[in-house]
Design a protein. Sequence first.
Length: 134
Amino acid sequence: MKKLEHIGIAVKNLDESNALFAKILGKPHYKVEEVESEGVRTSFFEVGGIKIELLEATRADSPIAKFIEKRGEGIHHLAFDADPVEDEMKSLSDLGFALLSDNPKSGADNKEIVFLHPKTTNGVLIELCQEKKK
């Protein structure tokens, strides 16, 4: 893994959270994007070379809606730049880490993503991501 790419934070209301984080960070978000396949609307901030991704559920059966229902708002995942992501998936799988999917899928911010199951990472949801190839 190359670096921490972003920290994902589950929120109930993206607009209110954008205003809150803009106050905290002293700058506005730079992007809002919907990932329909995941049932989520995202917003991104950048500070010190790290991104903060706010995630709001767009439907009740989405992973973010389920997370908030169970745990409330807060840190949802840590995402690491892993290029090529397939190599990192194989290495981590060989080390005994469980993946939540067999193949990367399309995520927000022009990324291909895959998650490690938190049961194998001390309860922390880890995302591996790489820029989509052109």
